[in-house]
Design a binder for this molecule. Structure first.
Ligand SMILES: Cc1cc2nc3c(=O)[nH]c(=O)nc-3n(C[C@H](O)[C@H](O)[C@H](O)COP(=O)(O)OP(=O)(O)OC[C@H]3O[C@@H](n4cnc5c(N)ncnc54)[C@H](O)[C@@H]3O)c2cc1C
Length: 413
């Protein structure tokens, strides 16, 4: 395979060479995180093959919030502009309580000097995977194979051998490195024998989507809203054409029961007094976990995204953190591949990203959940104090935007 036609900003630095067929980076999983890693590698002139178990890219509606530094990273891959075109720009977000209404609004203007995108973008993750795959079409360094389920692996000092199931037939493929971006139930993580430490909440997350126009009934509403309440908190997230309302469900009702329209309507009736019987497009139920892989690297195999860490969706940090993993790892792999950095450089991926995941993503998302379900006074006072102090507002926005987590990763060396 000829990957000699290089693209991107590293063009001048890379010599044109013919590579043996198996001299590639293999990636398990064509979700948003696997494809960001693939885009970074292929644009850096590193040949990459992505194995995806599905027959096509997933259309599942999960993540919908992209944070400012993630947009900066996607912009470097040519993917931010098309994402913004397909999504909604959210220059601010709000906290409300059912009892007090609007508590505080935070505007990203306060961190406009720290990012090229001082706003969140509300857009489904399936739009991003499509944009990335389309952008890579025709790149000789990029190969995406569907119906290719990774089932196992073994590695030696020179490479990794992956076994695949392709419509019932078994195949093996060899690469120089393997990236496991195969989601929460990662086969790669299991095959490496890496523990997924943490816990699963007893509550489940119910996502109800509706075309109902909440702007018409809540004046000044922003596209991202967290509504605290000790009995039934929820958050309201707008994407083009729809609002997604997310509730935690902790009653004894079965999974089947909570996914009925009747149950969803009963929760929706608590959102705006006097409004019920919403038009409902989707009802989806998720388990909620807080888990981090004990190691993000074993030899020549790496874990990124949900394969490495999962968390509750409060704050929108799962996919964003995964994309930060992908960029961190892919940049190091590019440098090692081109001989600019020694192999030891790859150790910094595990060191930086694992600690930041524990210190920021896990801590913040657990605290966000506690805040929204607290009786409210301490959380309310704290939020109002942050809002009243420009220095604390800025520090808070840097933290919730995950810019602080990226700075901390750098500090770790
Ligand atoms: C309701 C909800 C809302 C969320 N909102 C947000 C949000 O706003 N912001 C945010 O940052 N995060 C959010 N998240 C989390 C986010 O969805 C995940 O973190 C994100 O999908 C992780 O991306 P990934 O590429 O690592 O894994 P996935 O999206 O799970 O992709 C994994 C891919 O690997 C493939 N695969 C799996 N096993 C194999 C195998 N053995 N071989 C080959 N391919 C395989 C799968 O088919 C899939 O295509 C939300 C999650 C939920 C449930």
């Amino acid at each position: 395979m000829d990957c000699g036609h290089r693209q991107g900003r590293h063009q001048a630095a890379i010599a044109t060479v013919r590579l043996p067929v198996n001299d590639r980076v293999l990636i398990a999983g064509a979700g948003p995180v696997g494809l960001v890693a693939a885009a970074h590698l292929a644009r850096g002139g590193v040949p990459v093959t992505v194995f995806e178990e599905g027959a096509d890219l997933s259309e599942e509606s999960r993540a919908s919030t992209f944070h400012p530094p993630t947009l900066d990273m996607l912009d470097d891959l040519g993917a931010a502009k098309p994402l913004i075109v397909q999504g909604l720009i959210a220059p601010a977000f709000q906290y409300r309580t059912k009892k007090h209404g609007l508590l505080a609004q935070f505007d990203f203007d306060a961190i406009a000097d720290a990012t090229r995108h001082p706003y969140r973008v509300q857009c489904e993750q399936s739009k991003l995977t499509r944009i990335l795959a389309d952008g890579l079409r025709g790149n000789p360094c990029f190969d995406l194979q569907f119906d290719a389920r990774v089932t196992g692996l073994k590695q030696d000092g020179a490479g990794v051998e992956v076994t695949l199931d392709r419509r019932g037939a078994s195949e093996t493929h060899r690469g120089r490195y393997l990236i496991g971006a195969d989601g929460a139930s990662s086969v790669v993580r299991r095959a490496l024998g890496v523990e997924f430490e943490g816990f699963t909440w007893p509550d489940r997350l119910l996502v109800v989507s509706t075309p109902f126009d909440f702007h018409a009934v809540i004046p000044g509403l922003t596209a991202v809203n967290y509504v605290a309440d000790p009995e039934r908190w929820y958050f309201l997230l707008q994407i083009p054409g729809l609002w997604r309302v997310m509730f935690l469900v902790n009653e004894d009702a079965s999974d089947e029961r909570v996914q009925t329209r009747e149950f969803a309507q009963s929760l929706m009736a608590g959102v705006i007094p006097g409004i019920s019987n919403y038009e409902i497009d989707h009802i989806t139920l998720y388990k909620v976990h807080q888990r981090v892989a004990k190691s993000f690297r074993e030899g020549r195999a790496f874990l990124i995204g949900d394969a490495a860490h999962i968390n509750n969706p409060l704050g929108g940090m799962g996919m964003n953190g995964g994309i930060h993993d992908a960029v961190n790892l892919a940049a190091r792999l590019c440098a090692v591949w081109r001989g600019e950095k020694p192999e030891a450089e790859l150790g910094r991926y595990d060191k930086q990203r694992r600690l930041v995941t524990l210190e920021y993503i896990q801590k913040t998302t657990i605290q966000n959940k506690k805040n929204l379900e607290s009786s409210g006074d301490e959380f309310r006072q704290n939020l109002l104090a942050i809002k009243a102090d420009p220095a604390r507002t800025r520090e808070y926005l840097l933290r919730v935007s995950m810019i602080a987590s990226l700075a901390r990763a750098e500090e770790l060396g």
